[in-house]
Design a protein around this ligand. Structure first.
Ligand SMILES: O=C[C@H](O)COP(=O)(O)O
Length: 254
């Protein structure tokens, strides 16, 4: 049984004070136990968030990491650095990083492996552009991205990976994928993993949908058999909206 995972990606939003205010408000009421809540925040806010969330049902993640443990890489942050803060998740290969910072499939692979080696859970992002979708290339693009990111992992490592399917055209546009289309691609992701490893492994991997997910549409995605959660940008920025996402997914009596 795969536990639903709702990860907020704050992108380049929130000062330390704003991040602390969010968490304080979020934790004013108990959080559901049957949904994994993750906040992926800017580096400078991580320490404060980890301390503030200790012992509560919310985990903290970063939005990027370098694959080397240390070295002359000005401006970069390593897995041991994140680990030392108590961070448990890291987003890897978000389309904004692929597009604006030239992250390649090979860099995504290196970052994924380093994160797993260091005990972090990677949320590996894949997704096609509008042009690729219109050219009928969605399946081949997604299969290639998944294969390139994961091919050298052991079965135990693959089981720990979270994959986020984020069609680029749906990110921040309000043009969310239909739940059926998202399911089709998330099923393909699981089949790709099954072909590389086996069905049992593929059955363990959690696959999220991301792209204009809101409290009023999240349930339609989570109702799909191969969608285990969501990676949410805009609608994760206020405590009220993020809580509404968790509540919409939780089966606990409200
Ligand atoms: O990582 C999150 C995604 O890029 C989705 O962003 P969005 O929910 O604002 O469309």
């Amino acid at each position: 049984m795969r536990k639903p995972i709702i990860a907020g990606n704050w992108k380049m939003h929130k000062t330390v004070a704003e991040a602390e205010g969010f968490l304080q408000q979020l934790m004013e009421e108990a959080l559901p136990h049957d949904v994994e809540a993750v906040i992926c925040a800017p580096f400078v806010t991580l320490q404060a968030l980890v301390i503030q969330s200790a012992g509560r049902f919310v985990s903290i993640g970063a939005q990027n990491v370098h694959w080397e443990a240390e070295g002359a890489f000005t401006g970069e942050i390593s897995v041991p650095m994140l680990q030392s803060l108590g961070v448990s998740y890291v987003i890897i290969g978000h389309s904004e990083r692929r597009q604006y910072f030239q992250e390649s499939d090979e860099m995504v692979r290196l970052k994924t492996k380093a994160s797993l080696d260091g005990g972090l859970t990677p949320i590996v992002c894949v997704g096609e552009s509008l042009e690729e979708r219109e050219n009928g290339e969605t399946a081949s693009v997604i299969q290639k991205q998944v294969q390139q990111a994961l091919f050298d992992l052991s079965t135990h490592e693959v089981e720990r990976v979270v994959i986020a399917y984020e069609p680029i055209w749906a990110i921040g546009t309000g043009q969310a994928s239909t739940a059926e289309d998202a399911q089709e691609v998330c099923q393909l992701i699981r089949q790709t993993i099954a072909a590389l490893w086996n069905l049992e492994v593929a059955d363990q991997v959690r696959v999220q949908y991301g792209g204009s997910v809101k409290p009023d549409n999240i349930r339609t995605y989570l109702d799909q058999p191969d969608i285990d959660g969501a990676l949410v940008g805009g609608a994760s920025l206020t405590a009220a909206s993020y809580r509404a996402l968790l509540s919409a997914v939780s089966s606990e009596v409200k």
